[in-house]
Design a protein around this ligand. Sequence first.
Ligand SMILES: Cc1cc2nc3c(=O)[nH]c(=O)nc-3n(C[C@H](O)[C@H](O)[C@H](O)COP(=O)(O)OP(=O)(O)OC[C@H]3O[C@@H](n4cnc5c(N)ncnc54)[C@H](O)[C@@H]3O)c2cc1C
Length: 399
Amino acid sequence: MSLQLLIVGGGIGGLAAALALGRGGHRVDVLEQAARFEEFGAGIQLGPNVVRRLRALGVEPALQDVAARPTRLSVRSVQGGDELARMVFDAARVRRYGAPYLCVHRADLHAVLLGALKAQGPSRLSLHTGARVSRIATRGGEAVCAAADDTRAWEADGLVGADGLWGATRARVIEHDAPPHRTGHTAWRALLAQAALPQALRSDRIQIWLGARVHVVAYPVRAGDFLNVVVLAEAAPPEGAGLDARGWDQEASLDTLRQATRQAGAGLRALLDAVPAWRAWTLHDRPPLQGPAQMAQARIALLGDAAHPMLPYLAQGAGMAIEDAATLAEVLAGVDAGQLPAAFAQYAAQRWARNARVQARARRNARIFHATGLLRWGRDWAMRLGGARVLDVPWLYAG
Ligand SMILES: Cc1cc2nc3c(=O)[nH]c(=O)nc-3n(C[C@H](O)[C@H](O)[C@H](O)COP(=O)(O)OP(=O)(O)OC[C@H]3O[C@@H](n4cnc5c(N)ncnc54)[C@H](O)[C@@H]3O)c2cc1C
């Protein structure tokens, strides 16, 4: 049984869905507003739960070529730099979760997915760029789903909204939906060539420094050749500087970054000072999903950030989009056009609670990572005592 499907959005979630659905024998049109299929930004971490799904999509060998395989996760304090806890990524851990933990530049992951998609051939896939979908409709007693931009229109049996935090599809699934809210948190990201760094700053591990209302993450990407550094702070440049952080006056943004990291001890300070240029992102959020109806409605399903954006404090936003894609392909196997609404409902029923749990955990991590006072004291004590047990998330990585 082969369906005709539209996917709005060609980010990591949209491409993973196209790949999974194409492998399932369905015919897919991917509609991407940008002029080219490409990803910007910096690194992303992929837990074993995500790497297993990517393996099932047949892209693990290509991913291993471009990813870095960190040796361990090491958590330190921003001020003193002393290690609070560590989790070693050893063979036993790979056996337990069935896959390694990887770090990859998002452009590399996007390119791996795109390459695998193109290899499927044109009979199952059409990629449309410059296609900013602004109108979505269901017609003919819901038998046809249509999307249109200013000049073109497409029809299919069903539509998957993978159009991210600000996408157009969500409004077709959730009535009276509020817009994403500003969290007041900002992420500054940078990429450093390891070869250009002093030996002491080069790293083959994921490092996290926890401070008051701020934390810093660094990990290798691009087969270990680059170090991805991210500062995440409960701080934002002054109001009126614009909603999109990329449009900010860089000096205003950098002043805020300097303020947020002024507590950094010598080791971390040296790393931050080695960064030649930062890019800033304002972090927006939505409340965790409350039920399956927020992920699918009749012939329209939502996937990834379009359905469940999350703070990057559990490093699983793209991961959940990839998990969504895998489940979507599973529930659509052997389904005909008449059964599609029921299959989308089944997809939503299978995915919403896990996505909501990950969203909630990411929010909780924000409070723990940025703790001050007694909560901070309790966190540090628990980390020193519990070590890897506190850092591991078995329900997530084994799920
Ligand atoms: C600082 C930071 C660090 C992060 N770290 C991690 C990490 O370590 N691990 C992890 O798993 N996740 C991480 N994430 C989260 C991850 O980046 C997102 O969850 C993920 O990119 C979502 O993918 P998506 O495909 O759902 O949406 P997007 O990446 O937003 O893609 C949506 C696509 O839809 C297109 N689009 C939008 N509107 C339209 C329209 N109307 N018509 C056509 N096309 C449209 C867009 O151009 C875009 O290509 C991080 C996020 C941030 C901000």
